[in-house]
Design a binder for this molecule. Structure first.
Ligand code: MGD
Ligand code: MGD
Ligand code: MO
Length: 774
């Protein structure tokens, strides 16, 4: 802190009047390149921009911190990134800094008044900071002091279950492994993660159906499929590199069906900015069919399709179902088929909002394709009946034998770049006995066996005052979690909250009695230990594990890697004679990989195979051998009663989603270019007839009130103020608004059955004209 004067805060453009324009009919193209470069130049300057983007997703470079879409094996393009990946990198590799001077100039109360956008635009955190009980400002602390403060709180717990260790999905395999090892050495399985709010429903459904919670396809499978169904996903914004893969599939003759309440630009047409045709032409039409389904209607659609497949099979036996596959590999077929006799096509039409012809057309496409892939993301996973919905989609593929053969399979498209790897490494409140036993044998520890808290359960425990220490390995818990105000109050009941972070966010201001900010290296940063550059690994959405090496000089000499942070804390908290060799692992990540290779199946010779040019693919028994790791070794048909989301009289169903200019809770800007909404994020998209029926007009400002019947049956209300109404193409009764602004509306008690994922895509709301309208 030898700066003489406090550097000026970074000024940001706060939201303005909103401008709405036409919904775009295509994604990418020249504006995407321009936006990516502009963000890079603004945050990094020209030299750093060129250097950084050149290393993005290259073999000798770092894994994009954007999404979990895989690189194309064998032939990576020189520029294997997209507009939004470049934005994610610019955010991390920015030259702006949040120093101790910044914290001296801003009290916590002052920072609480700022927007999340303003906070994240201030730059990279540079020093460990401590907010003492009752203090108004964060003040610098040494790493030793910080570790001692945490260790003292952990030692004061009356049970190890008073500690909660959250993980966001950017954490590397190596960091995740030592982190869960620390939690379990301490004696708790309280390891909630962002996946609990994300693809947990996919894991629950696929685990039950096919015995593994991961997708069964590779990039070459997608490129050679002949029918690709994309349900509940907006790849143009959230997985833009997927569009190049889809373009190839299209070129090879695939038919693409988009199932979405919104006509998302990326699904309609794609202009590859890395090709000349993408710069000047009209781009490639991607979706052949767009089914504008009602929110929560997908289970009904899949059941309708399954019933039509059954009818066709009955009419011409042996022509639709894959009997060989069903006989050799599946269980529960008869029960499932007899449940289809109850399907009432009128209910399917009501639930989906589609026509009978559209449903029949999809069934025909599924019946006649040789290679079918089903892709999905949050539009399927964040509903009350998500596990049943994904189970039903899986049933449709099983009927046709579409698992474990080239060009076919299940493709849950993951979010965070290493969320799948973190789970493989043991970030899960209920890891199986096989993992715990192998880990205990490797390290000579005794892991607890009782299940820990997931995200929603952790918030409940904090609210009851049963959590003393909340530790977050990345992420932005208070903004990402449902029921923002409740979650904030719950966090305030902890004695100590600790955030390991790269950038400032709202969770640094939603503190316990005391709080710590521990600044860490990101993906782009060089991780030097005693002069030797350490490498980490990640697993993408298709189970490929590969290395990631940062190359930039860190934002300050005070930044520690996530691995170092965990290992140093473990040494302080567990004592020097703990059986785990924390300090050796801290100094050489190869040792961590050696341990992983002995604990987790599929990681044999980890240190050798991870250095192969494309890394290595983890085993996936259904994909590789049509083997199913279920109790009877068979794939199981899921039989659930039909569930969907009717719209109560005078109410709307709200989905909360991402704009084109954000990464989860990190807001890059106020434009949602593809949806034609510019200048402000406090908007709610509604069908024009719903706006008129409410006696309102597009452009009016409204308060959004959510309604949820609590356990006692009493209807609880939650409110956010001052949202501008935008007339938009969405089914009647369905509305959309951005996350995290609308998280205060999502009730903590509204969760998906089995997976406990917050229902972020179906919130019952009503609108009232804003009195505070500008
Ligand atoms: N640039 C960028 N990239 C990201 C992220 C980001 O914020 N920004 N986030 C990352 C993360 S963690 C994740 S999980 C993924 C998220 O990727 P997505 O799942 O694409 O993200 P959402 O914006 O939540 O979009 C959900 C999509 O599902 C549709 N949908 C909503 N409800 C339903 C429904 O009931 N049925 C159907 N069929 N469709 C529905 C919505 O209209 C929308 O198109 O992206 C990852 N990549
Ligand atoms: N209403 C609603 N809520 C949702 C969703 C929704 O669709 N609707 N989506 C849910 C989903 S899919 C997800 S995945 C969650 C996301 O939940 P989180 O993962 O908790 O949230 P992020 O916004 O991705 O976290 C951003 C923060 O991570 C930190 N960070 C970034 N990179 C690194 C790193 O390399 N290391 C460390 N230690 N920290 C880093 C930065 O400080 C940054 O501020 O939100 C969920 N919440
Ligand atoms: Mo996610």
């Amino acid at each position: 802190m030898n700066r003489r004067s406090q550097p000026a805060d970074i000024a940001v453009t706060e939201p303005d009047d909103i401008h709405t324009g036409a919904i775009k009919d295509h994604a990418a193209g020249v504006p995407a390149v321009a936006v990516a470069l502009a963000r890079g130049l603004e945050q990094m300057g020209p030299v750093r921009t060129a250097r950084t983007l050149a290393k993005l997703n290259q073999r000798e470079g770092f894994d994009c911190p954007g999404c979990a879409w895989p690189e194309t094996p064998g032939h990576r393009k020189h520029a294997e990134f997209c507009e939004n990946g470049a934005k994610a990198v610019a955010e991390e590799a920015t030259r702006r800094r949040v120093t101790p001077d910044f914290f001296a100039a801003h009290s916590v109360d002052d920072l609480r008044e700022r927007s999340g956008y303003w906070l994240s635009q201030q730059g990279r955190l540079t020093h460990p900071m401590y907010l003492a009980p009752g203090d108004s400002h964060y003040r610098p602390v040494s790493w030793e002091q910080a570790n001692q403060l945490i260790a003292d709180e952990l030692a004061a717990m009356s049970s190890p279950h008073e500690a909660v260790f959250y993980t966001s999905g950017r954490t590397s395999n190596e960091a995740a492994f030592v982190y869960q090892l620390f939690a379990r050495s301490l004696g708790t399985n309280n390891l909630p993660d962002c996946s609990n709010m994300c693809h947990e429903s996919s894991g629950s459904a696929l685990g039950a159906s096919i015995g593994i919670g991961k997708g069964s396809v590779t990039v070459p499978d997608i490129e050679s499929a002949d029918l690709i169904i994309i349900a509940g996903q907006n790849p143009g914004t959230n997985h833009p590199r997927m569009l190049s893969t889809l373009e190839k599939a299209k070129h090879n003759g695939a038919r693409i069906v988009a199932i979405n309440p919104l006509p998302e630009a990326g699904l309609m047409r794609f202009k590859d900015p890395q090709k000349i045709g993408g710069v000047v032409g009209h781009g490639v039409k991607l979706a052949d069919d767009f089914l504008q389904i009602r929110l929560g209607g997908d289970m009904a659609l899949f059941r309708g399709v399954a019933r039509l497949l059954l009818d066709a099979e009955r009419a011409a036996p042996g022509t639709v179902f894959d009997h060989e596959f069903l006989d050799a590999h599946c269980a529960g077929v008869d029960d499932y088929l007899s449940s289809l006799d109850d399907v009432d096509i009128d209910e399917i039409i009501a639930a989906t909002g589609l026509t009978q012809a559209q449903i029949a057309d999809l069934a025909d496409a599924v019946a006649s394709a040789d290679r079918v892939i089903l892709c999905w993301a949050m539009g399927l996973t964040q509903h009350r009946h998500s596990v049943a919905t994904i189970g039903e989609g899986t049933n449709v593929l099983l009927l046709r034998g579409m698992i474990g053969k080239p060009g076919a399979g299940l493709c849950p498209v993951r979010g965070h770049s290493n969320v799948q790897g973190d789970r493989t490494m043991g970030i899960f409140e209920k890891m199986p006995e096989s993992f715990l036993a192998a880990q205990d044998a490797e390290f000579g520890i005794v892991s607890p066996r009782d299940h820990g808290y997931d995200t929603v359960a952790a918030i409940g425990a904090m609210a009851r005052g049963e959590v003393r220490v909340f530790f977050a390995m990345g992420g932005n818990f208070v903004s990402a979690a449902p029921d923002t105000e409740f979650t904030r109050t719950a966090l305030a009941r902890c004695s100590l909250t600790v955030q390991v972070s790269t950038k400032l966010n709202e969770s640094h201001l939603a503190t316990g009695r005391a709080a710590l900010i521990l600044p860490t290296l990101g993906r782009t940063d060089k991780d030097l230990v005693d002069g030797v550059a350490q490498q980490v690994s990640v697993e993408d959405s298709m189970s490929v594990v590969h290395l990631s090496r940062g190359s930039l000089a860190p934002a300050s000499a005070e930044l520690h890697s996530e691995v170092a942070i965990v290992c140093d804390l473990a040494t302080t908290a567990l004592g020097a004679d703990h059986p785990v060799e924390w300090q050796q692992m801290r100094r050489d990540y190869n040792l961590i990989r050696d341990h992983i290779s002995r604990v987790i199946p599929g990681f044999e010779d980890f240190n050798i195979r991870v250095r192969l040019s494309d890394g290595f693919v983890l085993p996936h028994p259904p994909r590789d051998r049509r083997e199913f790791d279920t109790p009877d070794g068979r794939a199981h048909f899921a039989v659930h009663p039909l569930d969907w989301v009717p719209v109560p009289e005078g109410r709307l169903i709200l989905q909360t989603l991402r704009s084109h200019d954000q990464y989860n809770t990190t807001i890059y800007g106020h434009d949602d270019r593809y949806r034609g909404i510019k200048g402000n994020r406090r908007v709610i998209m509604c069908h024009p007839d719903d706006i008129a029926a409410a006696g309102l007009r597009a452009g009016d400002h409204v308060d959004i009130i959510s309604e949820h019947a609590g356990e006692d049956g009493i209807v609880e209300e939650r409110r956010v103020d001052g949202f501008e109404l935008v007339a938009y193409s969405t089914p009647r009764g369905n509305a959309a608004a951005y996350y995290p602004e609308t998280n205060p509306l999502v009730p903590l008690g509204s969760v998906a059955r089995e997976s406990n994922t917050p229902v972020s895509k179906a919130v019952v709301i009503r609108l009232e004209p804003s009195v505070t309208a500008s």
